[in-house]
Design a protein around this ligand. Structure first.
Ligand SMILES: Cc1ncc(COP(=O)(O)O)c(C=O)c1O
Length: 373
């Protein structure tokens, strides 16, 4: 194993990526307080607010676990993975046969679409929503039915139920890009009505950021609904987007149908040890939620002063009504070194922006003012 302190500062800066974790690991890496933190916002830097990542980075425990795991890189994940699956099963109060890990929850979406849609089994999605599931439907030659979100930007579940010949319903809650929630009462009423042969995939990638009493995870409903799959990720509040780890909870027969679509050992041992260590760090989730909530409130307050409307956000991103086409604005932000979200065609005037750190959002707001006044 290579001594980590023997790596160059630049190398480590690149490796670690995020401010808080970098600061926490400084002593262990042999770096002094005066070593520049690569994640601190300087006006000359690009501010990345385009992919709903966690700007505070992974848990320091995850970084320590990965450093220690350099020595494990030669071996397949096997029992390291088993240990994490056991921990995820305990966390979600299900059996280990009800957990399927993936290289990000993106892989879970892909294998679910592959397993449960086809030329005569449609995929039904909200509009707009996270595009990955619909993208994967091309490979299974499944028709995609897009159902417009309702007036509160929740999934229009009664309308989704009307589609005939459905293999899979994809429900993103909170929804990307709108950061809106579909209320728990509507979701449980929907689950009660979906025919048993139709699968429902609820994507809870942004679960940890929600503070509303109208929202609830549907993981506890898996035991009563053999057609329910719930996807989770370590990319968001756990700050591990670059590491790639996600999973789903479902009944064992559905897990096996999805596993058959997956490559063996698709998760890296580094991601596995980082995820395992993160689960024991309660502060990671608490701080992630708190920081996001405080900075989001600040941004909303500034937008209120500027008299811009936005969709109330339940996640680590939000959509702002720019009152004009956002496509050229996205490019204009990029020219000013602020990367914002892509265009979501059903909402051509809405700009999606990730909630970054306060300095990042101050920079965003400065450019926002420049471009809108
Ligand atoms: C709603 C939603 N689901 C899934 C993903 C994929 O995340 P990952 O594959 O990193 O777990 C994303 C990524 O942004 C997302 O927004």
């Amino acid at each position: 194993m290579k001594n980590p302190t023997a790596l160059s500062r630049r190398g480590f800066a690149k490796l670690l990526g995020a401010g808080a974790a970098y600061a926490a690991l400084r002593p262990a890496l042999g770096l002094s307080e005066s070593t520049p933190n690569p994640t601190e916002t300087k006006t000359s830097d690009v501010v990345r607010l385009s992919s709903n990542e966690n700007p505070y980075g992974p848990s320091p425990a995850a970084l320590r676990a990965m450093t220690a795991a350099f020595a494990l890189a030669w071996k397949y994940p096997d029992e390291t993975q088993d240990d994490l699956v056991d921990a995820l099963a305990r966390l979600n109060q299900v059996s280990k046969e009800q957990i399927l890990p993936g290289a990000g929850s993106g892989e879970i979406l892909k294998v679910a679409v592959a397993a449960f849609t086809g030329p005569d089994k449609k995929l039904v999605v909200g509009d707009p929503t996270f595009e990955a599931a619909a993208g994967h439907a091309k490979a299974s030659r499944a028709e995609v039915v897009k159902v417009k979100l309702n007036a509160t930007y929740a999934h229009d579940l009664p309308k989704m139920l009307e589609a005939p010949g459905v293999g899979l319903h994809y429900v993103c809650n909170p929804n990307n890009p709108t950061a809106s929630i579909t209320p728990k009462s509507e979701l449980s009423a929907f689950l009660a009505k979906v025919p048993p042969e139709t699968i429902v995939l609820v994507d809870e990638a942004y679960h940890h950021f929600v503070e509303s009493a109208d929202y609830e995870s549907v993981i506890p409903l898996v035991k009563d609904h053999p057609n329910l799959i719930v996807a989770r990720t370590f990319s968001k509040v756990y700050g591990m987007a670059g590491l790639r780890y996600g999973y789903c909870v479902a009944q064992p027969d559905k897990i096996e149908l999805m596993r058959a679509q997956q490559s063996w050992d698709s998760e890296s041992i580094m991601a596995i040890v980082a995820a395992r260590a993160s689960l024991d760090d309660n502060a990671q989730v608490e701080n992630g939620r708190k920081n996001n909530s405080v900075v989001r409130k600040f941004v909303c307050g500034e937008l209120d002063k500027l008299k811009f409307n936005y969709i109330p956000s339940h996640a680590n991103f939000m959509m702002i009504d720019m009152r004009r086409e956002v496509k050229p604005l996205i490019a204009a932000f990029k020219d000013k070194k602020v990367q914002v979200g892509r265009l979501f065609p059903p909402l051509p005037n809405h700009l999606r922006v990730t909630i970054g750190t306060k300095p990042q959002m101050e920079r965003f707001l400065a450019v926002f003012k420049e471009l809108t006044t």
